[in-house]
Design a protein around this ligand. Structure first.
Ligand code: MG
Length: 296
């Protein structure tokens, strides 16, 4: 099971996660330079409501939308309706579940299992590449200890979740965070290794340029997830606001170079606030990203 579901999912067709398998050979990679596909979370674009935000995104060439996962099942019809006829696709779904997968309390783990699966079903209906999850935030306790047994447990549980996601034409996306937020999973390559060891093609991982302060190399980190990388988050690198608002710090060229060489066809999605006037800072961020992508 899995290949047919993946082939049926339109949002996955342009992703690196393909029914042909995770690791495309060099010959299978397109020779043309991949485009930069930009996605926004719900709060990113200027506008008073989603319809206005989608208008703004279309006018600025933003073709992806990353909704939050909370109550997503109840929003599927509304979102499909709002997106009908537009050049905008649902990209990843940002978390929104209850509990956490490494919870020691069976009730908390059960809450994760059921709410995460509800979101995965809705994600599949929306043609999403996957639902973003973190195994455990630092503040989530009691948590299984950081041991080999816990890692094996996580791989097994992710494998089950991944197979469920495949049945719905989507994936579960592991997001490594920086050590201040989630010590358990900090590096992109570790997320990819857990995805591999889960044994399910329905488990993928992502990189977030903000959290990638954990990495010695943006280029190396993203390449280390080749074949498993289904999504990317971006923010400024000093204060997690719009790319460009932190000046010289906001250099994504090495990471973009890796994505281009990998022929990454997923989305780079904004996950950040702003300290400035939104219309101006978001427009400037788009310009900066496109300029750096072209230069990478
Ligand atoms: Mg993120």
């Amino acid at each position: 099971m899995g290949a047919a579901a993946l082939m049926a999912a339109p949002a996955l067709a342009g992703s690196v996660v393909s029914a042909a398998g995770r690791k495309g050979t060099a010959d299978q990679r397109a020779t043309a330079a991949p485009r930069l596909n930009i996605s926004f979370q719900e709060g990113t674009a200027p506008g008073e409501n989603l319809a206005q935000k989608f208008d703004w995104m279309e006018a600025h060439g933003v073709t992806g939308f990353e909704p939050g996962g909370k109550n997503l099942g109840a929003r599927v019809a509304e979102l499909k309706n709002l997106l009908r006829g537009r050049n905008i696709k649902v990209t990843a779904i940002c978390a929104g579940f209850e509990g956490f997968i490494l919870a020691e309390d069976p009730a908390v783990k059960a809450a994760f299992d059921s709410s995460m699966r509800d979101i995965i079903v809705a994600a599949g209906e929306l043609g999403s590449v996957g639902v973003i999850m973190v195994p455990a935030f630092n503040g989530q306790k009691p948590c299984r200890p950081h041991t080999l047994e816990t890692r094996e447990f996580l791989c097994e549980e992710m494998g089950k979740l991944g197979e469920f996601a495949l049945q719905h034409g989507t994936t579960a996306i592991l997001e490594p965070l920086n050590r201040r937020e989630a010590f358990y999973l900090r590096q992109v390559g570790d997320g990819a290794a857990i995805a591999r060891d889960s044994g399910s093609k329905g488990v993928t991982c992502m990189g977030d340029f903000w959290h990638m302060s954990e990495e010695a190399s943006d280029y190396g980190a993203l390449w280390s997830a080749d074949g498993y990388l289904s999504h990317v988050h971006i923010a400024s690198r000093g204060r997690r606001i719009m790319p460009g608002e932190d000046g010289e710090l906001d250099n994504y060229v090495d990471g973009f170079r890796a994505l281009k060489e990998m022929n990454y066809e997923g989305w780079v999605s904004f996950e950040c606030g702003t300290r400035g006037e939104r219309e101006q800072t978001v427009t400037a961020a788009l310009e900066l990203m496109r300029e750096q992508w072209a230069r990478a």
